[in-house]
Design a protein around this ligand. Structure first.
Ligand SMILES: C[S@@+](CC[C@H](N)C(=O)[O-])C[C@H]1O[C@@H](n2cnc3c(N)ncnc32)[C@H](O)[C@@H]1O
Ligand SMILES: [Zn+2]
Length: 345
């Protein structure tokens, strides 16, 4: 495959970033602190006000000067999120959840494939970023605090779809300080990522709102309180479930290796979004069933022949995602409230 004409730098020489960076990416990426545009010299990234702020490595924009909290450390220790890989394992929770998410995302597609900017905040290894590339979007941004998962995603693209490389911008940064220009994104998605910010959740959400175009859309997936209680019960027992009953804390992982995140009731989540200038347009969700089925799988309790039922099960889960009430995560589509008010006037 030849180098696409839109690329300004095919920097494969030693000391230079290995992957080319597309022109459009330089227009979107900014300084994480002051949001001035960036210049680069070899692989170093400079802000005219703040000086050196990051570097480019193997095609990934890295801004590592953020505070590594317990959630980020937890994911770093695991080599980043592995949700794409889990989504390939029959009856694993992610394998059942992922098609439901993809169907929700498909409905959000803006018509302009060439210019629409789609940003995935807390993209992990790209299970929900890749569909946008497959649908033909040419400006897709994957943001995550853990570089290892972005690097695996990039490897996969290099191997399987090298033509996508000039359509994806990967950024290692904190969701509380996203180095992207304001009001540029047509679609922002943050799927099961912002809840790891815990008390800083409003800061991450405010950053997502900042980068949205006035008429943009955001798709958020956040854990439901009851889903968190059930997960805790199944994997850690009654006592563990009761220990979080009076809070909105959730703990993932085992006793020695756990990480705290937060969950919401639907009312709390909607109030949070409204408080940050968003108007929810649709509330859907990931059903509870994949959590239960994933648990049954882990216990070896599925029946021989259940593999053959995956197609029918998929249809049921789509239906429940749209119309069910027992939700592991709430999936909310929202617009900027100011844009809705303007549209009504
Ligand atoms: C449950 S995974 C979800 C990954 C992806 N959204 C998906 O649906 O497959 C959570 C992701 O949030 C990322 N994350 C956690 N804290 C973050 C932060 N402060 N800033 C950016 N990403 C963060 C983790 O590294 C991880 O990739
Ligand atoms: Zn700056």
């Amino acid at each position: 495959m030849g180098t696409p004409g839109s690329l300004i730098s095919a920097m494969k020489k030693s000391g230079q970033p290995r992957d080319p960076v597309a022109d459009w990416a330089w227009k979107v990426i900014t300084c994480p602190s002051c949001h001035e545009s960036l210049k680069h010299e070899s692989s170093k990234l400079y802000c005219s006000d703040c000086g050196p702020v990051g570097y480019l490595e193997d095609g990934i924009f890295r801004f590592p000067a953020f505070r590594v909290d317990a959630s980020i450390r937890w994911y770093q220790d695991k080599g980043g999120a592995h949700f794409y890989e889990r989504s390939r394992v029959p009856y694993a929770m992610s394998a059942l959840d992922t098609p439901v998410y993809h169907r929700f995302l498909a409905k959000l597609r803006p018509p302009n494939l060439a210019e629409s900017i789609v940003v995935d905040v807390g993209a992990g290894d790209g299970r929900n970023t890749a569909p946008w590339l497959a649908w033909g979007f040419k400006r897709v941004v994957a943001v995550d605090a853990v570089c290892a998962s972005l690097a695996r995603f990039r490897q996969r693209i290099r191997r399987q779809h090298p033509a996508w490389l000039d359509r994806i911008l990967m950024v290692e940064c904190d969701a509380r300080q996203i180095p992207l220009s304001s009001a540029q994104a047509d679609i922002v998605i943050a799927i099961e990522s912002l809840y790891y910010l815990n008390e800083d959740y409003p800061r991450g959400l405010a950053e997502c709102v900042r980068i949205m175009k006035p008429n943009g859309r955001i798709f958020l997936a956040e854990r439901s309180w009851e889903g968190a209680l059930l997960a805790r019960l199944l994997y850690s027992g009654v006592g563990a479930m009761l220990s979080i009953a009076k809070s909105r804390d959730m703990w993932d992982g085992g006793m020695q290796d756990s990480v705290r995140s937060r969950c919401f009731t639907e009312t709390e989540l909607i109030a949070m979004l409204r408080g940050r200038g968003l108007e929810p347009l649709e509330v859907k969700g990931i059903p509870l069933l994949p959590l239960i089925l994933g648990y049954l799988r882990s216990q070896g309790s599925l029946k021989r022949g259940d593999g053959k039922l995956l197609g029918r099960l998929g249809h049921l889960l789509q239906d429940l995602g749209e119309h069910g009430q027992m939700r592991r995560t709430y999936a909310v589509v929202a617009a900027k409230a100011s844009a809705r008010v303007r549209a009504r006037q």
